[in-house]
Design a protein around this ligand. Structure first.
Ligand SMILES: Cc1ncc(COP(=O)(O)O)c(C=O)c1O
Length: 386
């Protein structure tokens, strides 16, 4: 018997993912590989559940930020997919990555030299992606360092596999960054030319995230690193509008995978003039009926949604009243005739004809959708639904 201990759950739609992947395959250029970005617990969707689902849909390359995430992907991968670490991997985990055929970014000479040493020590080639600085100014080799990288790659061809040459764009989702992104593309071209002219040929050229893939299709290279879009979200409204204009489509072609649900914990009456919950942020202006929901900011429902957020109950949108607590919140259900303990509450997703989207949710809370999704607590059960 499995006991349901949790006060809320997250459903992940298989059909929505299949739809999005088909859409993406039709949208990106032929022959371009998709790397599914699953950092941040697969943008809140859970690596454990999401990786096998992606593999069922033909994905065999995953990008993560750190070694711990790579380990998680490796544990649940059923098809021995490729795993690429784009950020943190140090010391013991670097040796582990090499031993396990996990590729990783290199953006400084210390890591490059360490990779050579570890690869020699364990007698296994290190699969490396050289990240170059093109204008993001986060990580990446500056142009002055390219010749040293070149020397090390040339002198250690027996222990290094030049798996990729890569960079990342500094905000391809906003037209305000247009000039900077164009400059970055030029700088990346220069890096490609430099390495190739020196006889070093990376297996994969990759630079595009979701926004760059759609807005600057020339950046697609050999592989695109797709995060937010595979989960059903355009990176920004701007990217969506640009895409709709370009394709003459009438509506957002993506489907969200994630729904977040809970149940009504209690229903009670409050007389006019009483304050509801902590402090004085909400006073009942009339006699009211309120419902408590066992979800709060500790689950990822931002406290800034106090007196702002909306949830769905009985197919109707109802407002959050008072302050969102650590583990619960209160909503105004005065106008709902039939409501009782145990009724379904939708925090994100559809109920009847109504829908609460992550975007409205994150607008009220002043979070971007990336942030909102990755703050969904990892121990909320995720369940696959058709
Ligand atoms: C290096 C790198 N590549 C790709 C991505 C995926 O970005 P997106 O979710 O916008 O597709 C990210 C995410 O921030 C990233 O840091």
């Amino acid at each position: 018997m499995s006991i349901d201990f949790h006060s809320c759950k997250i459903e992940i739609s298989k059909a929505a993912y299949k739809h999005n992947i088909e859409f993406l395959r039709n949208t990106i250029s032929e022959g371009v590989k998709i790397s599914s970005v699953v950092k941040g617990n697969a943008y809140g969707h859970s690596i454990d559940l999401f990786v096998p689902l992606a593999e069922e849909n033909g994905i065999n390359h995953f990008s993560v930020f750190s070694a711990d995430e790579a380990y998680e992907v490796q544990q649940v991968s059923k098809k021995k997919s490729s795993i690429m670490i784009m950020g943190s991997v140090e010391n013991e985990s670097l040796e582990w990555a090499i031993a396990n055929d996990i590729s990783f970014y290199i953006f400084d000479l210390i890591r490059l030299k360490q990779a050579v040493l570890f690869a020699k020590k364990i007698g296994k080639k290190a699969k490396i992606h050289i990240e170059v600085e093109t204008g993001m100014h986060r990580t990446g080799f500056d142009i002055e360092k390219w010749h040293e990288v070149e020397d090390i790659l040339k002198n250690n061809g027996d222990v290094l596999v030049f798996e990729g040459l890569c960079t990342h764009y500094a905000g391809a989702e906003e037209i305000a960054n247009y000039y900077r992104i164009k400059q970055q593309q030029q700088s990346f071209k220069k890096a490609i030319k430099y390495f190739k002219n020196n006889g070093l040929h990376p297996k994969l050229l990759h630079s595009a995230c979701s926004a760059a893939t759609l807005r600057y299709p020339k950046t697609q290279g050999d592989m695109v690193r797709l995060g937010i879009i595979q989960y059903g979200f355009f990176p920004t409204k701007e990217v969506l509008i640009h895409f709709l204009e370009k394709t003459k489509m009438k509506e957002d072609p993506l489907q969200r995978l994630l729904s977040w649900k809970s149940k009504v914990m209690d229903v009670k009456q409050v007389k006019t003039g009483n304050f509801i919950g902590y402090g004085t942020s909400f006073m009942a202006g009339t006699d009211m009926k309120i419902a408590t929901i066992p979800v709060g900011y500790s689950h990822g429902f931002s406290r800034s949604l106090s007196n702002q957020g909306r949830v769905l109950i009985n197919g109707q949108r109802v407002p959050v009243i008072g302050v969102v607590n650590m583990n619960m919140m209160t909503v105004n259900v005065t106008h709902l005739e039939h409501i009782e303990k145990g009724d379904e509450v939708v925090l994100i997703g559809k109920q009847g004809k109504m829908e609460i989207g992550v975007s409205s949710f994150s607008e009220y809370s002043n979070q971007i959708n990336y942030e909102m999704l990755t703050r969904l607590r990892a121990d909320i059960p995720r369940i696959l639904v058709d």
